[in-house]
Design a binder for this molecule. Sequence first.
Ligand SMILES: Nc1ncnc2c1ncn2[C@@H]1O[C@H](COP(=O)(O)OP(=O)(O)OP(=O)(O)O)[C@@H](O)[C@H]1O
Ligand SMILES: [Mg+2]
Length: 152
Amino acid sequence: MVLKQKNLADEAATRALGAALAPVLRQGDVIRLEGDLGAGKSTLARALIAALTGVEGAPSPTFTLVETYDGPDFPLWHFDLYRLEAPDDVWELGLEEALDGAATLIEWPGRIEGLLPPGALTVRLQADGAERRVVFEGDESWKARLEAAGIA
Ligand SMILES: Nc1ncnc2c1ncn2[C@@H]1O[C@H](COP(=O)(O)OP(=O)(O)OP(=O)(O)O)[C@@H](O)[C@H]1O
Ligand SMILES: [Mg+2]
């Protein structure tokens, strides 16, 4: 279900959103980062990674397809599946370990449609002129957590 839509007037707003999600993220969570090329998925992920792990300027996993980080309570895995050739290749990247013990951010989750467990938060970024719009989709748990994060 759609939980919230909002405008992101500039890159700083996208970064603020990523940082705001960090305190409500839990082990086992999956955040699907959807949107076209250049929509702001990595910008949001980078800010979330910085807020949770202290790592600034995290690289986009454009070619490595996945980067992993140590958080205070659980690891954080960041996938970019744009260049994934076949859905099942994602298991070789360690998706199972990520789903079991980490929190997982996934750019281009449509590449592995059907392989992800239910319960993910979808964050869909769309260009709106020079700005962006963001749409959140998720369950009641995510609704409560977006409220706790001051987003909804
Ligand atoms: N709210 C915003 N308004 C305007 N520009 C933005 C906004 N958020 C991010 N940007 C800009 O949009 C670009 C987004 O690049 P980014 O790498 O984050 O996109 P992406 O969705 O990860 O793309 P890809 O699919 O290629 O990985 C950056 O130049 C960033 O500065
Ligand atoms: Mg990206």
